[in-house]
Ligand binder design. Structure first.
Ligand code: GDP
Length: 200
């Protein structure tokens, strides 16, 4: 097994729920976040493929779990449906809870979760829910504070410190970093964390 190269990511398949996911072998890391948090941009930046996450934005695919395989072996990146789309009605939110909840609870190859939050609006109710779940299930979770270029260094650093102490008070398998797809800041830190989870 070689170290994963994220520029080798290729679209594998989409699934509406756990039963349709690809075989539950090897290791994968899932990307979650509220819609508009910057998830597609971060995936494109990480994989050096400006078209990669377009798949997940194709109408009809936004509610699906999208899988990308890496050439390093049985490794995958997983793009979970964005949560809390303004137009999404209550039934669709319930579907999200049910289908993604089931994936998160049952997927054995899931080794870590990246939770993306806009640095200007961190720790929404959805984010708090995901963090609580990671504490309860002992799932390694990395928060990406996205669009860090939108804040000056001082305010970005203080948001980072605040979120970090909030996470560290709950579990030592929770961590946080600043990230900017626009400036390509934080990519190496993200890669290091992902490799650690995939190769663990
Ligand atoms: P998604 O809905 O979570 O997949 O979010 P997108 O990746 O589509 O990004 C939502 C919006 O935020 C788009 O207008 C992006 O151009 C913008 N955006 C994403 N990442 C960054 C970033 O690092 N810096 C800035 N300034 N804008 C960003």
């Amino acid at each position: 097994m070689t170290a994963p190269r994220f520029d080798s990511a290729r679209f594998l398949t989409s699934a509406p729920r756990l039963a349709e996911c690809p075989p539950d072998t090897g290791a994968e890391v899932a990307f979650a976040g509220r819609s508009n948090a910057g998830k597609s941009s971060a995936l494109n930046c990480l994989t050096r493929n400006s078209k990669l996450a377009r798949t997940s934005k194709t109408p009809g695919r936004t509610q699906l779990i999208n899988f990308f395989s890496l050439s390093s072996g049985d490794h995958r990146l997983v793009d979970l449906p964005g949560y809390g789309y303004a137009k999404v009605n209550r039934d669709m939110k319930q579907d999200w809870d049910k289908n993604i909840g089931e994936y998160l609870a049952e997927r054995r190859s899931l080794k870590g979760v990246i939770l993306l939050m806009d640095v200007r609006h961190p720790m929404t109710d959805f984010d708090e829910m995901m963090v609580r779940w990671a504490v309860e299930t002992e799932m390694p979770l990395r928060v990406l504070l996205t669009k860090a270029d939108k804040l000056k260094r001082g305010p970005a650093a203080s948001t980072f410190q605040r979120v970090r102490s909030q996470l560290h008070s709950q579990a030592n398998w929770l961590s946080v970093q600043l990230f900017s797809s626009l400036k390509k800041d934080g990519v190496e830190d993200l890669e290091t964390w992902l490799r650690a989870q995939l190769l663990d």
